[in-house]
Design a protein around this ligand. Sequence first.
Ligand SMILES: NC(=O)c1ccc[n+]([C@@H]2O[C@H](COP(=O)([O-])OP(=O)(O)OC[C@H]3O[C@@H](n4cnc5c(N)ncnc54)[C@H](O)[C@@H]3O)[C@@H](O)[C@H]2O)c1
Length: 474
Amino acid sequence: MSTRKISDSNSSANCSSTRRNFLKSSTAAAATAPFWFSTAQDPAKAFEGPSNRHVLGCIGTGSRWEGDDGPRAMKYADCVAVCDVDAAHADKGRAIVEKVMSKKGRSAKPDVYGDYRRILDRKDIDVVTIVTPDHWHTKIAIEAMQAGKDLYCEKPLTLTIDEGKQIIKVLDQTKRVFQVGTQQRSEMHLNFLKAVAMVRDGRIGKLKRAICDIGGAPTSQTLDRVPAPQGFNWDMWLGQAPKVDYMEKKVGKDLETRGHYEFRWWYEYSGGKLTDWGAHHVDIAQWAITGDEMAHTGPHTIEPVHYVHPVPFKNGYPTVNDRYNTATEFTVRCEFADGVEIVIKNHVPEGNGIVFEGTNGRFHVGRGRESLFGEPVDELKSKPLPQTLLTELYKGKKPGDHMRNFFECVKTREQPVSDVYSHHRAITTCHLANIAMRLGRTIKWDPQAEQIVGDAEAQQWQSREQRKGYEIRV
Ligand SMILES: NC(=O)c1ccc[n+]([C@@H]2O[C@H](COP(=O)([O-])OP(=O)(O)OC[C@H]3O[C@@H](n4cnc5c(N)ncnc54)[C@H](O)[C@@H]3O)[C@@H](O)[C@H]2O)c1
């Protein structure tokens, strides 16, 4: 039943206009720069030699870090420290660092910490990866920026809408380089980059709708209250979330838990599929719809057309606390200016990805080599996309490796392709969809003021109470 281990492997007006100019001027600069980053054949070569290597600290060394972010970051930086609140994961992280670095002919003896602040305290570390569960991203990211680090932080960047505003405030203050881990903007055969370019170039006429299939969330058995595994600092893992007992249940070969990996299916730590995969597909859909203005706008109406929660809810909260609780099925309609809409669904016939529909046609984009299809895609053979459009979208750099894009930007001091400002807007749409489903009613959103309007109760859901000792301060 469970979908296991499928890796989706208010700021002031003044500030806002400065940011708009910055984003525009970097796009303009990109348009005149050569399309492909000037590095010779192997771009990783630009990061060879001690003076070119960055010094990396890794916070959170669970499944995504191990399978992707950690080894990739070590192509461009030397890892000197790992940190995880589960000692077993931290130790596994250490072993991986030693192995990966030794394959590169560098000996590494990374320091191992259980508290991320020890990494932020170190002056020798200039870059950090943050690959923790979602409810920890904002606090660690803000403190990392305040400590002067550049950062690659996994998606979904935030747990609430207000957290996004807090991150932006600190980013504007500190001007760190910050990549969000939405690799669809860089990778997957460039399918998504091409899809955005096709929409922006009018290949389906006027865009009417983007239908996102992000899959549904799994259900679980009733979990057992058991002691957390030895060496696992459960209190710290919980962070800002309410204090509860650790729970798990072995089901066949799978372990259903309230902790590692499965945190995604608990609203206390995440937003279910809406934020787990919405972070990817809603991001691309919104990029195609709003283009350069993405960082300043969003939907105005969010309607929960259909949704199923796996446990009973009252006043927006699950009434039982020992089973996964995020939505398993859903159709949420998000309306933007001019009647363009994003429909977020757990399933569409074409499969995982996005169907773009316009006045002159429709096409599908997904992750696989064959997943960009439809008549407008066939037409690319005789009428290719203008290179300048792809160049502009990717801000003048060479797409293909999201981590490389981050490290290139660390050198050039530009914001990477998955910039915080646009991601905040995409993930806001996903948070609004969850609020609408949890409260069971249509939400009206003012994208300029970044406020839910006409619904005082729903407005409270833009932030959450944070547990004492784990508050996020800016
Ligand atoms: N971009 C993608 O396609 C993609 C794919 C998978 C996961 N992710 C994201 O990566 C993040 C991690 O997911 P995962 O599947 O690796 O989860 P996971 O549970 O396997 O790993 C998270 C790790 O963070 C550790 N951790 C928790 N709180 C911490 C803290 N305060 N300090 C240090 N370590 C802490 C946990 O102990 C665990 O080892 C999530 O936000 C997820 O959405 C992104």
